[in-house]
Design a protein around this ligand. Structure first.
Ligand SMILES: [Zn+2]
Length: 285
């Protein structure tokens, strides 16, 4: 069975955005670009051009905050501001905006998990209260387990309420997360609650530019090698699957790449590597 991958690209548009659009068109690779409003505002004519090239542009918030770190009202306003700009871009292109997609920066749904989607609250270091260091939280868990359990319960309830309010905003604006054909078959994907788009595999090419290596990724060779692993580590927590990723058959994948000028060369290498492996890039609904 052929492996199908849906390509999603975050943090657009970079100075290399047009080049990426041309590259994807040349290779007949469909993609969704999740755009930051603050960057999009500086490149409106280019975004209009990309829409007319058949690209899908989507909402990745305006200022790209960690939604767990901002008041809910501010988060909602940020989503709406990017929504209004994307609507203007579609209007200028003379195209109806029928496919409205949203992805939270860092995959952070504003639920106080800060994107640690695959971990229970109790296991997340530096929960919402960032004054607590990781060791202090662990010490609290050991020394005062009842108090720690109460803290986790409080954060869980607060987080759930915050998430509901942000999801309500997405629903009001008409955002959807349609089912994919062929589908992602991972159990956790289907338990994911939200109109926003998560991913199944983050290429982590962006990690090579971080001052501290993340997930043991520091070079292009490591990024490419990770594409072929049956159990690649995920920064969101342990993936509850025996095997997953671009090299594993059986499920479609939602691949996350970034439109960062600093890693554009890796962007092309990752796509070329997957094409060479015989992957099919699936059309997004
Ligand atoms: Zn982002």
């Amino acid at each position: 069975m052929q492996k199908v991958i849906y390509l999603t690209i975050d943090d657009s548009p970079s100075p290399d955005f047009a080049e990426k659009v041309r590259f994807l068109r040349a290779h007949a690779v469909p993609a969704v670009f999740f755009c930051r409003g603050d960057l999009l505002a500086q490149q409106v004519p280019l975004a209009v051009w990309a829409l007319r090239q058949g690209m899908v542009l989507a909402n990745h918030s305006f200022t790209h905050p960690h939604f767990s770190d901002v008041p809910v009202a501010d988060g909602q306003a940020d989503i709406r501001r990017a929504d209004e700009l994307l609507q203007r871009v579609h209007d200028q292109a003379g195209l109806p905006w029928t496919r409205k997609y949203f992805r939270f920066p860092y995959g952070d749904q504003g639920d106080l998990k800060r994107g640690r989607l695959l971990q229970p609250y109790a296991a997340i270091p530096q929960l919402a209260d960032r004054r607590r260091t990781r060791w202090l939280q662990q010490a609290l868990a050991v020394a005062w387990p009842a108090r720690y359990a109460a803290l986790v319960r409080r954060l869980t309830a607060t987080g759930a309420a915050r998430k509901r309010q942000l999801q309500h905003c997405l629903a009001e604006l008409g955002y959807t997360r349609p089912s994919l054909t062929p589908p992602v078959r991972y159990g956790y994907w289907h338990q994911y609650e939200g109109l926003d788009w998560p991913w199944t595999f983050d290429a982590l090419e962006w990690a090579t530019t971080q001052p501290q290596p993340l997930g043991s990724i520091g070079t292009l060779a490591q990024v490419l090698a990770r594409l072929d692993l049956p159990n690649p580590p995920d920064l969101r927590g342990p993936v509850p699957e025996p095997a997953y990723g671009p090299a594993v058959p059986g499920s479609a994948e939602v691949l996350l790449l970034h439109d960062h000028a600093a890693t554009s060369a890796m962007f092309y290498q990752v796509v070329r590597h997957l094409l060479a492996r015989g992957v099919v890039f699936g059309a997004l609904p």
